[in-house]
Design a protein. Structure first.
Length: 142
């Protein structure tokens, strides 16, 4: 069986797209070849790493990727999913190609306020929203 190829895209590839990639690999890595990238790749968000570790998913070794690494078309994606929040939608990158496009808007964990405990609690909410959306996506593809 050929795996369907999917890429999750956001601004920095440091949080939301990393979580989406990790969950899809975790729940359906046998069915999907999964990638993530950002318009301006940054550093992995340590609070996101911690939130995923609470789910027994270790993303601490992940690197952030640039959309430019994938834009040449060497991978024909079946799905292109942007995960930027609505306030940053105008900055959310457009990705060329023929794949089905989806926009799933999630808050940006790097823009959260409060102390590290508050940020972790808010990030867990976002993480759980992403997890639910990934499960919903998988069910629709069956």
């Amino acid at each position: 069986m050929t795996k369907q190829k999917i890429i999750f895209i956001c601004i920095h590839n440091s949080a939301r797209s990393q979580m989406a990639e990790a969950y899809l690999k975790h729940f359906a890595g046998d069915r999907f070849e999964v990638y993530s990238a950002g318009l301006e790749p940054g550093n992995l968000n340590p609070i996101v790493v911690e939130a995923m570790k609470l789910e027994n998913i270790d993303i601490s070794g992940n690197k952030t990727n640039s959309v430019n690494e994938f834009i040449d078309g060497h991978i024909a994606f079946d799905f292109v999913v942007t995960v930027c929040d609505e306030t940053a939608a105008e900055r959310c990158p457009y990705f060329p190609g023929q794949g089905k496009r989806f926009h799933w808007g999630f808050k940006d964990p790097s823009a959260l306020g409060g102390d590290s405990g508050d940020k972790l609690k808010q990030t867990i909410v976002i993480r759980d929203e992403i997890k639910a959306k990934i499960k919903q996506f998988i069910n629709k593809q069956e």
